[in-house]
Design a protein around this ligand. Structure first.
Ligand code: GLY
Length: 347
């Protein structure tokens, strides 16, 4: 897989997609990226006679029906083993489009062009593809890396502030997993007034960190579990908020999850309290608070216990002994988990 950074998507994609390698080119977008992002690729689409397939936007469309419709359209429009699928969108499009490509005729090549910060630094890179199924997120899927990922930070300018902050939580996670210098750089950004040049540089660093981890453990048998930092609590917050009819963006839940998991890191592994407090201050200022009470704890513990990363009923956390010092498969007692929730609520 190669990652291409560009400021001029229409020209750059021509460089990495050699038309003669493919008999047909298809482009999958959604109703949002069709309107806001596809126009930047209009010349390339016309020059390559690319067939555009458009799915509904949003996580509700990440399902078997949409996938079947993509397979159907590929079949009807004459896609072969030698066709290419270009996915233009956020994580839903790159995950579902990647899975459609991974399975169509046992696999055709695909390219991801992520258009959200979250998908640039996470979903589009690393080869996880899939759909939601039977009410469970990403339940069906395959590990299958894109042939190329093309990153154009011009798309960041199409995002609102909440979506910038949401993607940035995964970048902060990568910085915590990497080193103190990268972490300190991340705490200095003012996301209310993004410096897009600086953000573009941090995006590259972030993708490098993820790539380095994934290349050592593509199928998540060991080291890749590091990327779950903040996600054990984070998924529980996401599920709680959704069940209460006030859904939160993924990255916000991850940021609050990082607060809880750094608290556990401090208690269980001696993660330095100065680093804990600096990180928590940034997260509070950027992401605000999730409102919940101790009456929600049982529900949250239930979500945490049912996280699909757990093995044999044991809750597995990724924690840190310090910035960059990753500890996998850590365990905490019920009391410690509740203390971490108190810390998030009261701090
Ligand atoms: N989103 C975490 C991973 O790709 O492993």
């Amino acid at each position: 897989m190669s990652i291409l950074y560009t400021n001029h998507i229409s020209d750059s994609i021509g460089g990495c997609v050699l038309k003669e390698r493919y008999d047909r080119i298809f482009l999958l977008d959604d109703t949002q990226t069709h309107k806001h992002c596809l126009p930047l690729l209009a010349d390339w689409v016309a020059a390559n006679d690319a067939e555009v397939l458009t799915m509904e936007a949003g996580d509700v469309a990440k399902n078997l029906d949409t996938l079947a419709r993509i397979w159907q359209q590929l079949t009807e429009k004459g896609a072969s083993r030698h066709s290419l699928l270009v996915n233009l969108g956020g994580g839903v499009v790159t995950d579902l489009g990647g899975f459609a490509a991974a399975t169509f005729k046992r696999g055709i090549e695909f390219i991801n062009i992520p258009t959200t910060l979250l998908s640039m630094v996470d979903a589009a890179v690393g080869g996880k593809t899939g759909i939601n199924f039977a009410g469970l997120k990403n339940e069906i899927g395959a590990f299958c890396p894109a042939a190329h990922v093309v990153i154009d930070t011009v798309f960041l300018r199409t995002l609102d502030n909440a979506n910038i902050c949401s993607g940035y939580a995964e970048m902060l996670k990568h910085a915590l997993l990497h080193n103190a210098e990268m972490w300190a750089d991340h705490l200095q950004q003012d996301l209310q007034h993004p410096d897009y040049e600086a953000l573009g540089r941090l995006v590259q660093q972030s993708i490098d960190v993820k790539e380095r981890i994934v290349s050592q453990d593509p199928h998540e048998k060991g080291l890749r579990k590091a990327l779950n930092l903040g996600h054990t609590f984070g998924h529980a917050f996401e599920s709680l908020a959704l069940s209460q009819g006030r859904p939160v963006l993924h990255g916000y839940a991850v940021a609050w999850g990082i607060v809880c998991e750094l608290y556990l890191s401090a208690v269980l592994l001696g993660f330095p309290t100065a680093h804990l407090h600096q990180t928590v201050r940034f997260i509070r200022e950027t992401y605000g608070h999730l409102s919940f009470t101790c009456k929600d704890y049982d529900r949250l513990l239930d979500y945490i216990r049912h996280d699909k990363k757990n093995v044999g009923g044991q809750v597995n956390f990724t924690l840190l002994a310090d910035i960059g010092q990753i500890r996998l498969d850590c365990h905490a007692s019920r009391e410690q988990i509740c203390e971490a929730l108190d810390f998030l609520r009261e701090g």
